[in-house]
Design a protein around this ligand. Sequence first.
Ligand code: FES
Length: 293
Amino acid sequence: MWEYTDKLKDHFFNPRNVGEIEEPDGVGEVGSLACGDALKLTFKLDEKGKIKDAKFKTFGCASAIATSSVLTEMIKGLSLEEAARVTNKDIADYLGGLPEQKMHCSVMGREALEAAIENYRSGGRKKHELEGNIICTCFGVTDKEIERVIRENNLTTVEEVTNYCKAGGGCGGCQGEIEKIIEKIHGDKVEEVSVSVPRRVSKLTNIQKIQLIQQTINEQIRPALRAHGGNIELIDVEGDKVTVAFRGMCAQCRVAEFTMKDLVEAKLKEFVSGELFVEEDKDSANQPHNHRG
Ligand code: FES
């Protein structure tokens, strides 16, 4: 049996704002009856652009009804910018908490609100569209949605992801993919930490320093240069002097010196050591080369 708060029970037994607004300014429809939960949210704006009325229709459990009801109360009086900042956690908190297994109801509320705002901003043309690639075919959940609930709620297990968006809670065939997404997101965080940690270490060995310089080039500098058709190679490290060569568009670029100071040296100072300075190896800049990294 789930533990429900008094506020949740109140909104379940006495739901507010049930129904559909006639000639609404925004309409958001998410979920589907086939998946067991569906929510339609409609709102009307006043002359100042604030939400003056909101109603909902839902098909779902007690938590779906209570979260939808409370959402309509939360957003009344808000501007669209303010409403767009409402998170699924805000909805759950407003109810005094939700059972973990029911957090997906709060996510459905946030999605319906976003869809309704988007529908208004597109002049009524846009309906809720799934972004990304479907990972869970049982519940029609995409990789983008899974990534978002993981990041916003700091989820670390497949079970938690299922609680928040249902993905993985049917046949279980997508659980391996969900696990990979969790690993990717938390792996990124681990890498970010591993880059920043040595910055606080007073003494790096030469090997550590060179590895960290290469890592910073790969992760912080090269992606920015590649976006403009360029590239960079690490040529040498002697003491605090780092020699690099620009490749591709960057090799002919007249603002290379600026790029050197502004991007390359700044990033290396930030992520490796404030003592580093960078020089360009002009001799190798125009030689044939392989794009690495
Ligand atoms: S495909 Fe995700 S649970 Fe079946």
